[in-house]
Structure formats: structure tokens, C-alpha cells
Unconditional design. Structure first.
Ligand SMILES: [Zn+2]
Length: 74
């Protein structure tokens, strides 16, 4: 993971949500990101499904892990 891709803070990435994130949602936009470029959203238990589905419905590759886990690629 590149340094600038590391998540900042521990808050859920869902707009308006102030819950602590316990999941990391790793994703990539295949049209603009190479396979070694992985973006990370942070998610609380309530919003992890929303964020994953948001990306999946756009046909973006997405992998959900426990917070703190990294993936080589998605
Ligand atoms: Zn949330």
C-alpha cells in the first residue's frame, strides 16, 4: 500500500456517520487505477454493506477486511 492510500483516522467513511470503523473496504476503479493501486474506505458495522454494495454495483473490485488488514490488490 502506498503511503498516500493509507486511511486517515478511524471514523466510518459514510457521509455523516461518526461511528468508529471496524472494517476496511478496499476497492479500485479499473478505469483509472492499475491493479496495484488500492483505495481504502473505512466502515462501521452498520455501513460496511452500504459501502461495499455502492462499489460493487459500479463493477469496481472490492474486498472487505477487518480494520488494519491490508491487501496486495483487489
Ligand atoms: Zn458508519
Amino acid at each position: 500500500m502506498n503511503g498516500d492510500e493509507a486511511p486517515h483516522g478511524i471514523r466510518c467513511s459514510r457521509a455523516g456517520c461518526e461511528a468508529d470503523a471496524i472494517w476496511w473496504v478496499h476497492w479500485r476503479n479499473p478505469r483509472i487505477h492499475g491493479t496495484d493501486r488500492v483505495k481504502v474506505w473505512l466502515a462501521c458495522d452498520e455501513h460496511v454493506d452500504f459501502l461495499r454494495d455502492y462499489l460493487a454495483t459500479r463493477d469496481f473490485p472490492v474486498v472487505v477486511t477487518a480494520a488494519g488488514d491490508t491487501v496486495e490488490r483487489v
